[in-house]
Design a protein around this ligand. Structure first.
Ligand code: HEM
Length: 458
């Protein structure tokens, strides 16, 4: 990508097939991935679509996406594009902050998401999954997406705020996080502050959560920065100008990283399960891997070191995130004019990158619609043939900081589940719900479970 003002560049072509007034709004709402894959097929890496009365410039495929990810914040910014997140993350927080403030806020949370810190969460994650499964009993049925959401909210809260807080808020926690995301993708296409019931629920849930986190943070602060809680570290941190981080910023940051992580993690955890249960040949291999590991470790529960030996489970998880990245599209705004592939992207253009559509291009992955975890085997390594083909976690300097956290959590969840239960899909249509804030499997997504013979109650 280059910044330019050269007149020889051409405007990106517009994708045909839009309908009068609405443009591509209906096609995008129904299946954004099909729309972008079709655009790429017809027009290549750069083209425009019209959604909700606005023109979007799509940069499609790994090379074009990489160019967007590597551009500076001054060239392509996220502030306006992600204003839908302001009611959730808070005014002046993250995307609603200047690029310098954004970096300062991210730097405050990085210590909680680095490798060493994430490894320490392993036992917490595992104990939490085991406690959760102890409520399942011998056999029954659950909605997989609801179960994964419940687990990932509780795990994120316990790791980042603490067990005491999680216990105190109890079952309200899941409801509050559900309400916080109630506006879904609708707030993308319409104004995020309209007086709609879902938007009011979102705002009420945020106020309540911030109050609860502030209460917890104040009482944990008294334990001092050496108590080992990330909250107390954060409460004792300073901004670049040497002033203490305000309490409200601490609470908003904690809420923001929990919400940024939990729904994405729940989505990949759900798809990992749905695709395994739909592909019994792979389920058998993953279970064999778990059984061998359990034998080698004399039946003890998976610990962090064991995760490295769950190669097949890992490949199945990565194939699930390839087929169904939770964030179907990522947005940016051209703050300055720039060019890509001979096209001029004018200042003020809204730019769209789609991880999902990119993962489904046949020149990037072979037979891309097929569930084929072995494409990530050392022999085939399809993710290394093209530079940066996996876009699930974004890229460049704003690549997701929670990837290690998410991978560890998903592997622990599925390791515990597969060691304990026989599982079967009951009625899960394997199609994504694109109206949700992340592309989870459509509801209902029920599974049946029965305890495996010989498996101990957790
Ligand atoms: C499977 C799970 C996850 C997926 C698919 C995911 C995806 C993403 C993506 C695509 C971005 C970049 C957005 C953009 O460039 O516009 C991002 C950024 C981010 N994610 Fe994640 N995420 C996941 C889990 C987590 C977790 C567990 C946390 C924290 C506990 C987290 C925290 C963050 C943060 C703080 C950023 C902002 C980084 C920056 O802009 O510098 N994520 N994530």
């Amino acid at each position: 990508m280059t910044q330019t003002r050269t007149a020889a560049l051409t405007e990106p072509p517009a994708l045909g097939g839009g309908i009068p007034l609405l443009g591509h709004t209906v096609a995008f709402a129904q299946d954004p991935v099909a729309l972008i894959v079709e655009g790429h097929k017809q027009l290549g890496e750069v083209f425009t679509v019209r959604i909700a009365g606005r023109k979007f410039t799509v940069l499609s495929g790994p090379a074009a996406a990489d160019a967007v990810f590597r551009a500076s914040d001054e060239t392509v910014g996220r502030r306006r594009a992600y204003r839908l997140m302001t009611p959730v993350f808070g005014e002046g927080m993250l995307f609603d902050a200047s690029p310098e403030q954004f970096d300062e806020q991210i730097a405050l949370i990085l210590p909680a998401l680095r490798g060493g810190a994430v490894e320490k969460y392993g036992p917490v994650m595992q104990r939490h999954v085991e406690d959760y499964l102890s409520g399942w009993g011998e056999r029954g049925r659950v909605d997989l997406v609801e179960a994964m959401s419940e687990l990932s909210v509780n795990i994120a809260v316990e790791c980042l705020i603490g067990a005491e807080f999680r216990r105190r808020v109890g079952s309200d926690l899941v409801r509050l996080f559900r309400d916080l995301k109630a506006a879904g993708r609708a707030s993308w296409l319409i104004h995020p502050y309209l007086p709609l019931p879902a938007f009011r629920r979102r705002d009420r849930a945020r106020r309540e959560l911030i109050e609860l986190i502030l209460d917890a943070a104040r009482s944990i602060k008294n334990d001092g920065p050496d108590a080992g809680h990330f909250v107390s570290t954060l409460m004792s941190s300073q901004l670049r100008d040497g002033t203490p981080v305000p309490e409200e910023v601490v609470a908003s940051l904690l809420l923001a990283i929990i919400v940024a992580g939990e729904h994405n993690t729940a989505a990949v955890a759900s798809w990992t399960g749905v695709l395994l249960l739909e592909n019994p040949e792979w389920l058998a291999v993953v279970r064999r891997e778990q059984d061998e590991l359990a034998r080698d470790t004399h039946g003890s529960r998976p610990v962090h070191q064991d995760l490295r030996r769950m190669e097949t489970l890992r490949r199945c998880m990565v194939e699930a995130e390839r087929l169904h990245p939770p964030t179907t599209v990522l947005l940016r705004d051209a703050e300055q004019e720039f060019s890509y592939g001979g096209y001029r992207i004018a200042r003020g253009s809204r730019v769209m990158v789609s991880p999902t559509a990119s993962h489904r291009l046949p020149d990037v992955f072979s037979d891309p619609e097929r569930y084929d975890p072995d494409r990530f085997s050392p022999e085939r390594s399809e993710h290394r043939v093209t530079p940066q083909p996996m876009l699930t976690f974004g890229g460049g300097r704003h690549r997701c900081t929670g990837m290690a956290f998410a991978y560890q959590e998903i592997q622990i969840i599925w390791s515990c589940l597969l060691r304990s239960y026989d599982l079967e899909l009951e009625d899960c249509p394997p199609r994504p719900d694109y109206s949700a804030i992340t592309a989870v499997p459509r509801s209902p997504c029920r599974i049946r479970y029965s305890r495996r013979s010989g498996a101990q109650e957790q």
